[in-house]
Design a protein around this ligand. Structure first.
Ligand code: NAD
Ligand code: GLY
Length: 371
């Protein structure tokens, strides 16, 4: 783990031997040619974005890339989680083939986690792998999805069920782009930031409690610190367990319940970060019922999640057997083993573990937490 100490610009390194790469964090990065000077030169670069982000930021990125690549192409995808699917992924392959893009072509993912996950998956599989760069434009993508090489699309039956581990060459977190982010999306990003406290760093959690208002007001220094600390923790985890054979699962705190909410309601109804926020509260209650944390910890986490503008009560997914529907959806989870759901629980504040839990206990938590 490495980072420099300037409050407003930082570099965090993901250490993965020959797949190592930097996450650069700062202001005025996206449109500066200097940002990209270490990348390999190629005949072609394809910027993949969406209908919301491309009009805001594609022109300045393409301008910055002009001197590095023979041609710089733009593909604009439809916006939204509901489009994180096969037909939209196919549009990326269509654009690459229609433009005669060879295996040295560099893909640039310009957008939130949806664009990043899909572009990464396309890069992993086009001609069996081409280089790609993550330029995350949501808070959530800057602190989580652009880092660590998980790429995927959704299946109607389950979140992120089809994908690959494939690392980018570089991640560029430009703080300035967050100024155009809607408040609801900012809150969604805060969920993934809050996550890092209970699983790894309660001092950071306390810092978030003190600085949440500054983050909600998009104060650049507060954002820079939160993004850097989140990326440091993620880099530390991914550096030890790139392919989630163990430790990396802790990054899914709140996700087992959250993914059930997302797929149960239909993708896009709740934002991913909203599912994670509420899912963390549910997972904290489960941890308390397993005797791992006290109610004061659950209350403290619930307060912060709520102050961040996130839901702390889960939606009803069935009028007849709500808990049963959650359990059914949660069994379709990449952490499940032989149909047994495995939850990320808090094993004392600042430390996470992965555990199975009796269905009866999980039902109690769902009944308590859903309205
Ligand atoms: P998103 O990509 O849907 O972006 C949220 C919305 O904000 C979109 O409408 C987008 O167009 C818009 N937007 C993006 N940047 C903007 C900007 N600067 N200004 C204005 N609008 C902007 O959602 P997300 O929250 O970024 O990502 C969620 C996705 O990330 C989910 O699919 C989730 O599964 C995935 N994810 C992946 C990982 C991973 O490790 N790969 C980790 C966490 C989440
Ligand atoms: N967002 C979970 C992970 O990257 O492992």
């Amino acid at each position: 783990m490495q980072a420099n100490s300037s409050p407003m610009s930082a570099q965090v390194q993901i250490e993965l031997a020959e797949r190592s790469y930097p996450i650069v964090i700062g202001s005025k990065l996206l449109g500066a040619a200097l940002t990209y000077q270490q990348l390999p030169k190629a005949a072609c670069a394809l910027v993949v974005s969406n209908t919301t982000v491309a009009p805001l930021y594609a022109a300045q990125l393409m301008q910055a890339l002009q001197s590095h690549y023979g041609q710089v192409l733009l593909l604009t995808l439809p916006d939204g989680e509901a489009h994180k699917d096969w037909p939209t992924l196919q549009l990326i392959f269509d654009a690459l083939l229609e433009n005669g893009c060879d295996r040295k072509t560099v893909l640039f993912a310009l957008g939130g986690g949806v664009v990043g996950d899909m572009t990464g998956f396309a890069a992993a599989s086009y001609m069996r792998g081409v280089p790609f760069v993550q330029i995350p434009t949501t808070l959530l993508a800057q602190v989580d999805s652009s880092v660590g090489g998980k790429t995927a699309i959704n299946h109607p039956q389950g979140k992120n069920m089809i994908g690959a581990f494939y690392q980018p060459l570089q991640v560029v977190c430009d703080l300035d782009v967050l100024q155009t982010l809607p408040d609801r999306e900012l809150s969604a990003g805060l969920a993934e930031i809050i996550k890092y406290g209970p699983i790894a760093d309660m001092a950071f959690f306390a810092w978030l409690e003190s600085n949440l208002d500054a983050l909600l007001a998009k104060e650049p220094a507060a954002l820079a610190h939160a993004i850097r600390r989140s990326c440091e923790i993620k880099a530390w985890v991914v550096g030890q367990d790139e392919r989630e054979s163990g430790l990396r699962a802790i990054l899914n705190f709140g996700h087992t319940f959250g993914h059930a909410i997302e797929s149960g309601l239909g993708y896009g109804e709740w934002l991913h970060g909203e599912g994670v926020g509420c899912g963390m509260v549910m997972a904290a209650h489960l941890s308390q019922r397993l005797g791992l944390v006290d109610l004061a910890f659950v209350e403290r986490l619930t307060q912060l999640v709520s102050r961040a503008g996130l839901p702390v009560k889960g939606p009803m997914l069935s009028a007849t057997d709500n808990a049963g529907r959650y359990l059914e959806l949660m069994r379709i989870d990449k952490k499940s083993e032989a149909g047994e759901i495995r939850f990320v629980v808090i094993d004392g504040p600042g430390q996470a573990a992965v555990r199975a839990a009796p269905d009866a206990l999980v039902r109690e938590v769902i009944d308590l937490c859903c309205a």
